[in-house]
Write a protein that binds this ligand. Structure first.
Ligand SMILES: [Zn+2]
Length: 129
């Protein structure tokens, strides 16, 4: 399963930094481009499984979707693209051509996959909670 290897790489990349953090990591914010065909639920499940026994084991994976944005070399359009519903994927698939002139476009956003931030609960905050 692709989500499993993505989660595994993510945790390996995060751990050296996470282990230096003073406090409890309660959430990992992942930015996921719309073009990344990954199940949020499968990612969260894989993360939970792989984080067991590490400093990330109490953290929740929060996936934030990054919409596709393009620029069109032909007419200068910049912005979002149209979507088409695709039953095979069960969600709206971005159409990668210019919404105004139908030319081929350069993708400016939508392929992201990176950890944006960590939510940390410091020991004093935990006492108040
Ligand atoms: Zn165009």
């Amino acid at each position: 399963m692709h989500e499993y290897s993505v989660a595994s790489e993510m945790i390996h990349a995060l751990l050296p930094k996470a282990e230096t953090i003073d406090g409890r990591i309660v959430a990992v914010i992942l930015k996921k481009g719309e073009m990344r065909i990954l199940s949020d639920q499968a990612l969260a499940n894989a993360f939970e499984l792989l984080a067991q026994g590490t400093v990330l084991e109490n953290a929740r994976l929060v996936v934030e979707l990054v919409s596709v944005r393009v620029s069109c070399p032909a007419c200068g359009y910049e912005g979002a693209v149209d979507h088409v519903s695709d039953d095979a994927f069960h969600f709206a698939v971005p159409i990668l051509s210019c919404p105004t002139c139908q030319s081929e476009v350069d993708m400016k956003a939508g392929r992201e996959l990176y950890v944006d931030s960590l939510t940390v609960q410091t020991p004093s905050e935990a006492e108040q909670a």
